[in-house]
Each structure stands twice: as structure tokens, then as C-alpha cells.
Write a protein that binds this ligand. Sequence first.
Ligand SMILES: [Zn+2]
Length: 474
Amino acid sequence: MLISALNRWRVCARRFAVVVVVLMLLAGGAAANAAPSGEQLSTRVVTDPNHAWVLVNKSRPLNPAQFVPRDLVSWGGTGHLLRAQVSGAVSQLFAGARAAGHSLELVSAYRSYASQAALYSSYVQMYGQAYADQISARPGYSEHQTGLAADVGNVGGGCGLTACFGTTPGGRWVAANAHRYGFIVRYPAGYTHITGYTYEPWHLRFVGVQLASDMKIRGIPTMEQYFAARPSIKSGADVLAADSAGVLWNYPANRAGGFGARERIGAGWAGLKAGFVADWNADGVNDIIAQWKSGTLTVYRGKLSGGFLSPVTAGTAGWQAMNITVGKWHGGHRFPGVVGTAPDGAMYFYPNAAGGALGARQQIGNGFQGLRLAMADFDNDRRQDLLVTTAAGNLMLYRSDGAGRFAQEARLKVGNGWGAVAQSHASFGFQGTGTRGLTAKAVDGRLIYYSLGSGRFTGSRQVGNGWQSLSVFR
Ligand SMILES: [Zn+2]
């Protein structure tokens, strides 16, 4: 079974490679002077919330999360809002349907972050979180927030917002013709494992006539497949590790509490002191921050289709002596930064102003000589906190004030026995959408996942062993 899955992946990977080349050709003319390479271009268009090709799904939120389109208009004098171009396209779609004898109506269009938050929490109240996640997007993760999505139905007909819409004459016409007006049926039947949603024949997504027609002609059913969104680090729950030969491996999380077969994603990592994973340039694809024994700190920017761009230098010298952790320590900053301690125990915050080199450091504490650090939002208040392991093995919580400094409060002890933990890092989605935790490597080589509630650990379990010789990225 493993072998056949791997072969299938290889076939898919080849097909994806072809798709990326075609995408680069398609997109090259429009923005030839705006982007230095096709790879960067493809990353940019699918992460730009203003672009009609923005790719939003359960693992790719809008950035910023509270994005509001600038050109929303009322559709046909109704309370439904859509981006201007999409509003016109819906009118043309409905006119085309009418000419073919089908009477369609708009059921839902733009939804703000706040209204999506209200909708999602009402589903959670009614059905519980697990089921709510199957039928509704979390705020910041909904296509409706882009102003590019339209839920349609038959006027006065049944099957509203249900799968049977696809079997009605109007629904069949939509599936066959929507591309001529720039729309795709975004969540087709049979692709829940890719889109994250069950079949929604009523949910149309505007991507423009060019892309919608190309997908139709070539039989590519989802945006995820079209854009070959298969970065080397697939999610915030994956574990990266360099082995003693310097080969870099990604262990992809299966989002059900385990890992798929590891994938080789690099070589030449033997000189590493420590590696970190973060979206350093905020383009929606995870990057690697490498702290080298030679003293430099470099960033390998992940490509949407896999692999990495050439490294850029984030810090030039002296990093071999620092004990660091990486994350969005300053809640108001767009890019993640570095918090680190010097050999004398002084702790510094290094901001990352532009997704590249680090700026001037600010001292935020002292007395941390030789202590292990990890950054995570422990109490789930959307501010990153520091978890510090003391010499006695206690895990102490240093909460942040969200503005780059520590909260003024007594430090809370949140764990003990952490002397047996060699290192740990924040993990997102390991046990399914929305789950949070820490992945830790124990000194005896076990890999352990600690699930997090809001401000406490809710459980732990072993998810691997024999990791002694691996340098696990944080
Ligand atoms: Zn919808």
C-alpha cells in the first residue's frame, strides 16, 4: 500500500511539474516586470488576497486574516456584496443560465471575518467543533471573505445549499458552463482529501475565464492541484530533521496524529547548530531558518511547488554562541523574528522587518544562561509565549505582552521533568484542523507530542522513537 501510494505521488508530482510550467507561461505575460521568476510569481499570486487566483483553504488562511476587499459592490441592488468584477460575472452567468431555461439566484456572497466568526461559532455550538470544521471555514480561512465566492441556487427550487443541487437541471448547467464566465465549482465531489470540503455544487469561485477554462479543458478539478501546492514543508505539524550525514528529511503530518513516509528534501546540512521552521517572508509557504556552527543565520525560502530558493543571510556572525527560538514574538509585526540568549544569559529580541535580514536587537531579559527555549502561544491568546526549561527541569511560562516584551507577572510553572526533553517546538494541526501542541524530542530519542488546551497541556503521547542522532528542527 505504501509503495502504490508513493508511485501515485510520483505520477502526480510529474503532472504537477507540467502544470507549474504552464502556469508560469500563462502568468508570465501579465506580470513580466513585476516578479523575478516564475516560482516567485506563482507563490505571489496565490498568496495575494487581492488576486483572483488567491488560494485559500483550511491550511492557507488569508493574509491578513481580517482582509477586506477594496472594491466590494452590492450585487443587483441586493444586500449581497461581491468584488466588482465578480458581481458582473455573476450577472452574466445568470443571464446565460436564463437563456438556457434555468433560473438561478444568489444565496450567499461576501462574508466578513466577523460574520464568518459568528457563523462558525454557531455551527460549533450546534454540532461541536469536529463537525463544524467539516462544513464551515474558520474566520480568516473562508473563500467568502475574498469577495470571489458565490453560493448559487435554483429560484424557488429545492436542493438549496445541498449536494442534490448538482443533480438539478440548473445545477448541471452550472457545472458544465460556469467556466465560460470565470467560475469553477470549487469543491467537486471526490476531492475532500485535497480541498478539505465535502461536495458543494453550489459554491462557485471566481478565478477568471482564462484559469477556469484551462482547468476545464485539461480536467484539473481543484485549485490545489492546478497550482501544484506541494511545498517541501506541507504543514505546521510536519517535523523536519537533518541526519548525521547531513541529509534533510521532512516527516509529513497526516493530520490525524501521525506521519506519512518521510521525504528527502535536501542535503549538506551537516554543519547545522540548529534549524527552525517559520514563514519568514509571510508568503504562505514555510521557510527554513538555519543557525550554522560557522556563526551565520540563513533563511531558505520555501517554494510553493517544493524545494527552496537560494539562501538569504538573516544574521552575519556570532550566532554559533546563541541559544535561539523563532516566531512572531512581536504580535504587531508581519514577519516572525528571533528571540535568543547570549552566553552571559542576556536575552534579546531580533525583529525581522522585511522578511530578510534581522534588525537591531533589543534586550528583553537576563539570567537565562544555558536554558532551553521554545516559543508557542501556550495560553491561546494569539500572543507568542516563551517556554523556558530550568536547570531543575521545570517548564516555566514567560508570557509576552504582544509587543516584544514579557508580561509583568509572576512566572507560572507549567510542567516538570522537562530535563528529559532535549528540545521542543510548537505544532499546528497535528491531530486535525485547529489542534495545537508541542512536538518534543526526548534525550532518549523518543518523539513526543504534547497537546495543548488554552493554558495547559491536555495530554501527551509518543509519536516516534530512535531520533537520537537526528537534529530535529524547531
Ligand atoms: Zn460557499
